[in-house]
Each structure stands twice: as structure tokens, then as C-alpha cells.
Design a binder for this molecule. Structure first.
Ligand code: DGL
Length: 271
């Protein structure tokens, strides 16, 4: 395996760029090919068989681009498909749920963890399973927060509309007296300031918010450097190449907000 080959990252659409943003901080010298499956977004409302089929198509495409490892940026895919992707490809495959679960277990003091995610991720039970795999003493309350996805895409990151949606979604976590809220969806880091503010008001001043994108980026960094010697030797900053399956023009307009930097125009591919 060539350690200077790019990392392949995929998601249903824009959201996984929050993971790329975190990867760029943790691994600035890595080249990244990011595939957003914009022809079939959203994944969060679909059943597991469909998500697995889409995920396999994305991962196989990235393999044709000679990536050295794949990071599944999408929580919904990470909830149901990593083992299928691993079985189909001869490549290291990392995902976001286990790192998020480990970060949440490390952050909690009272053992009560709240998770917000898409309906698909919540229905899979992947977060409570991953948290229980770290410690059986944890109590997980998970709740689907689907409206936060279009709000993040629209750029409605503050004001009454997102605030009221967040308050509604945090209510069951407040009842469960969690002391950690996991942002279990690629889009939620964009709303982090408001989620944090409302969680402090509703739950407690000391509540911790865990960003799975950051947790996954740190574990990817550790994986590449310590476990398999796959970290790039390059001394120049890595490039991000964007690939989408539909509407490259509108993707380009929104990508900078999710990524936090400007990008080249995305390439259009048919999977
Ligand atoms: N990327 C998805 C996730 O993290 C959210 C968007 C979608 O539903 O496709 O679960």
C-alpha cells in the first residue's frame, strides 16, 4: 500500500465534509478524495438494505481511485454498513460511530449519554451498542433529530427556527438527565453552538457535547500513524478533490460552509 495515496471519504452528500474538515486539522498533509452521493441523498430516511447497497457502490468507486483507506463519514452508513464494506474491499475501512461512542464514554461522569442522529441511525441501535461495547455501565438515550439536516443545509444555524427544533429534540435527553450529548450526524456540527447553548440551558451547565467528526478524525490519525504506517510522508499541504453523483454546481456553492475552506469545482461521476 502506497502511504502517499489519497484517503477516500464518502457520505450521502454534503454533510461528510464536516468529517473532512476535522481530518484536514488532524492530518493536514493527506490528500483526500471526497465522494458525496448527491444523486441519492438523503440516506438517513432509508432502510438498511438500501443504505448498504449505496455504501458498497460508493466504496467500490473510491477503490477505483486507488485510495489507501476509506473513511465512512456518514453516521447512517456507519450504523449499518462498515462490515459489508470491509468484506467487499481489501482496504482499511474506518467509520464514525465507534470513535463517537468512545469519546462519549470518556466524557461522561454520570454514565448517562444522549445521542441525536438520523432516523436510520437511531433505528439501527448502533450507538447504544457501540457505547455498551465500551462499558456496560452506560445508559444511552437516543433520539432522531431529522429536521436538523435540512436546517444545516439551508444555513439556518441560529435564530428561532433551529432553536425551537433543538429544544424539542433535547427534551427527552434532559428528562433522561444525560451529561453528554453526541452529535451523531454529519450535519449537526454546524449547529454545535446553538445545540451547546440550549443543552446548557435545558440539561445542565456542565453538559459536554461530543462531535463524532472530530473523534473519527483523531482515531483515523492514530490508525494511519501508529497501527499501519500509512500516514503520508508529504511535506506539502494535502489537496481535497470533490466528486459528486448529481448537481455539482449547487454542491460547490454549499461545500465551503461545511468544509470551512474554498474548494475546486466537483467532478461529476456515475456510480
Ligand atoms: N450523512 C447523514 C448522517 O450522518 C445525514 C444526511 C442523510 O440523511 O443522508 O447520518
Amino acid at each position: 500500500m502506497n502511504c502517499d495515496a489519497p484517503l477516500g471519504v464518502f457520505d450521502s452528500g454534503l454533510g461528510g465534509l464536516t468529517v473532512v474538515r476535522a481530518l484536514r486539522k488532524a492530518l493536514p498533509y493527506e490528500d483526500i478524495i471526497y465522494l458525496g452521493d448527491t444523486a441519492r441523498v438523503p440516506y438517513g430516511t432509508r432502510g438498511p438494505e438500501t443504505v448498504i447497497r449505496y455504501a458498497l457502490a460508493c466504496a467500490k468507486y473510491l477503490q477505483t481511485r486507488k485510495v489507501k483507506a476509506i473513511v465512512i463519514a456518514c453516521n447512517t452508513v456507519s450504523a449499518v454498513a462498515p462490515d459489508h464494506v470491509r468484506a467487499a474491499l481489501d482496504l482499511p475501512v474506518l467509520s464514525v460511530i465507534e470513535p463517537g461512542a468512545r469519546a462519549a464514554v470518556a466524557a461522561t461522569k454520570n454514565g448517562k449519554i444522549g445521542v441525536l442522529a438520523t432516523a436510520g441511525t437511531i433505528a439501527s441501535g448502533a450507538y447504544p451498542r457501540a457505547i455498551a461495547a465500551c462499558s456496560t455501565r452506560m445508559e444511552t438515550t437516543s433520539y432522531a433529530a431529522p429536521l436538523l439536516v435540512p436546517l444545516a443545509e439551508e444555513g439556518w444555524l441560529d435564530g428561532e427556527v433551529p432553536r425551537l427544533a433543538i429544544v424539542r429534540y433535547l427534551a427527552p435527553l434532559a428528562t433522561a438527565q444525560v451529561d453528554v450529548v453526541v452529535l451523531g450526524c454529519t450535519h449537526y456540527p454546524l449547529l454545535r453552538t446553538l445545540i451547546e447553548q440550549e443543552a446548557r440551558a435545558l440539561i445542565s451547565k456542565s453538559v459536554a457535547v461530543v462531535d463524532t467528526a472530530q473523534a473519527a478524525a483523531l482515531e483515523t490519525q492514530a490508525f494511519l500513524s501508529e497501527r499501519c504506517g500509512l500516514r503520508s510522508h508529504s511535506e506539502t499541504l494535502g489537496q481535497v478533490q470533490l466528486v459528486v453523483t448529481d448537481r455539482p454546481e449547487s454542491f460547490a456553492v454549499q461545500a465551503a460552509r461545511f468544509l470551512g475552506e474554498s474548494t475546486e469545482a466537483p467532478e461529476l461521476v456515475d456510480l
